[in-house]
Write a protein that binds this ligand. Structure first.
Ligand SMILES: [Zn+2]
Length: 160
C-alpha cells in the first residue's frame, strides 16, 4: 500500500517496527550483523532477520535456506505488504492506525517522515485531488479532502 515515494517499499524494509508477540511493546525486526547474505545485493530482502523486543527481551531469528538455484531465500513467501504486517514474521506493524476508512501503516519512522513530507509538499489543501504519477501512494492518501486527517493520523503515530 504505502510504497516509498517514487521508489520502492524495499528501501524501508531494513527495519520493521512491530508489536511484540509477548508484551505488545514496540519490537524491531532488522538484519543482524552476522546475517547470511548481508551486503550481497542478490540476497536483498532475504538476509537473516532478527526480531528483538528490548522491553521484555523476546528474541527470534529467521534464516533463509539455499534454494535449488543456489540462491538463499526464505522458505515461505514474504508476507503480503497490503495487510499491515511485517514481511518476515507476519506480525502487526507498530505504526498503524485507521484513517479515512483505511488502514494507515508504516514500516518505521523514516518511512513515516518521508510520507509526511511528501503529503505536505505535494497534496494541496484545497482543490481537486492531486494525482502524481511518480508517487505510488494509494489514491485516498492523495486526496485533498483527506490531507488534514492523514497528517493528523501521522502525527498521532509519532507520539505512540
Ligand atoms: Zn516484548
Amino acid at each position: 500500500m504505502l510504497d516509498g515515494v517514487g521508489g520502492m517499499l524495499l528501501a524501508y524494509s531494513d527495519l520493521f517496527l512491530v508489536q511484540c508477540p509477548r508484551c505488545s511493546s514496540c519490537a524491531r525486526i532488522f538484519t543482524p550483523n552476522n546475517a547470511k547474505g548481508k551486503d550481497e545485493p542478490r540476497y536483498l530482502g532475504h538476509e537473516s532477520k532478527r526480531l528483538l523486543c528490548v522491553k521484555c527481551g523476546y528474541t527470534k531469528d529467521i534464516h533463509p535456506k539455499r534454494r535449488w538455484d543456489n540462491l538463499w531465500a526464505f522458505s515461505h513467501e514474504l508476507y503480503n505488504e497490503k495487510q499491515g504486517v511485517d514481511w518476515y514474521f507476519g506480525l502487526p506493524l507498530y505504526l498503524q492506525t485507521q484513517c479515512c476508512g483505511h488502514k494507515l501503516w508504516f514500516f518505521n519512522y523514516e518511512h513515516l517522515f518521508d510520507i509526511e513530507i511528501y503529503i505536505k509538499e505535494h497534496v494541496r489543501p484545497s482543490g481537486l485531488y492531486y494525482l502524481s504519477a511518480k508517487s505510488r501512494l494509494p489514491k485516498w492518501m492523495k486526496l485533498s479532502k483527506n490531507r488534514d486527517e492523514v497528517l493528523k493520523a501521522i502525527t498521532k503515530l509519532k507520539f505512540l
